[in-house]
Design a protein around this ligand. Sequence first.
Ligand code: NAD
Ligand code: TYD
Length: 351
Amino acid sequence: MTEFKRRIAVTGGAGFIGSNLLLYLVPKYPDYLFVNIDSLTYAGNLKNLVSLEDSPSYRFERIDIREREAVTACFERYRIDSVIHLAAESHVDRSIDGPLLFVETNVLGTASLLDAALTRYRADKRFRFLHVSTDEVYGSLGATGYFTETTPFSPNSPYSASKAAADHLVRAYHVTYGLDTVTTNCSNNYGPYQFPEKLIPLMFRNARDRLKLPVYGDGSNVRDWLYVEDHCRALDIVFHKGLSGETYNIGGHNEITNLELVGKICTLLDSIIGGGPREKLIEFVTDRPGHDHRYAIDATKIEKELGWTPDVSFDEGLARTIRWYLDNEEWLEECISGEYQNYYEKMYADR
Ligand code: NAD
Ligand code: TYD
């Protein structure tokens, strides 16, 4: 076996953030082995990673993280010494429709991984577990204030509750067994390869095809958007420099209401492909139950202690994202064919 400096299992590597992370880390660390562990749900797509297929330091293993024995065997086979854990069910609306899958994947899946990790940790004390989580665990903000690492958890959706439970398990494995863990809680990501159930690619696709633009409620909900590449840089830094047992909030200082954001997507598309104004396609539809009003991250800790700051402004990142989706029509068409049609019909037909 080649002697790699580190042997890292990246779970959920075929998803949106996982793909961006592997595309960033594999070329950057040629002396590390990266094993992508992913069960390829509707959200996982190996086509994102074709450019890595011939890399000697990249492997793919189709494994469900809930299958503890398969995970343990994989960890043994590759002598894994670290995990970057991204595998999850990630869409809030789907969690409202079917919460149990979220508990199974996000809670039990994380528990199974932690258990497999502990076995490896006992054999190799360098073992590190980076748990990638969300700011949604903190609940909802009013018009002011920010989430810090000490904000009490108050998750409102089955998705955020399942992520919060996973965060607690990670903490417990650190405190009880001494497992070297670090957790990150990040704000909404956007960028290439995001599945078109999420706000930005969904609105891009609908605006491009002149379908209605379904804004939940009155569109005044606020999200704090971070370009996915900035998140990947932060994960790299936390993995290498984060202190054991700590959590780090990651955010872009990019608060914007959903309505303003959809307006920006319309304006960008009008200017690039013409045929506007697309803003007139906006329709206010029935709100999401339990819809969190505002998320906003105070990222002082990671900025001060680890020296990370976001690089990509929102206007720049949004322009890059729209350009990417325009240039990758085939990728998007594949996502929105088949099962997506049923999903869309179920979620939006009666809204
Ligand atoms: P995604 O839905 O795009 O990808 C999830 C990946 O996990 C897919 O490749 C899927 O096949 C895989 N997966 C799902 N269940 C699995 C299982 N049981 N076993 C193995 N693999 C499985 O998600 P994303 O947006 O890339 O998010 C990645 C992680 O980052 C998640 O943990 C999410 O909670 C967290 N996060 C996301 C955001 C965001 O804005 N997208 C923000 C903060 C944190
Ligand atoms: P989403 O991308 O699902 O991320 P999250 O719920 O994790 O923040 O949604 C972002 C915001 O956009 C959220 O306030 C819900 C809103 N939204 C709409 O108004 N319409 C839509 O069709 C979608 C998918 C989201």
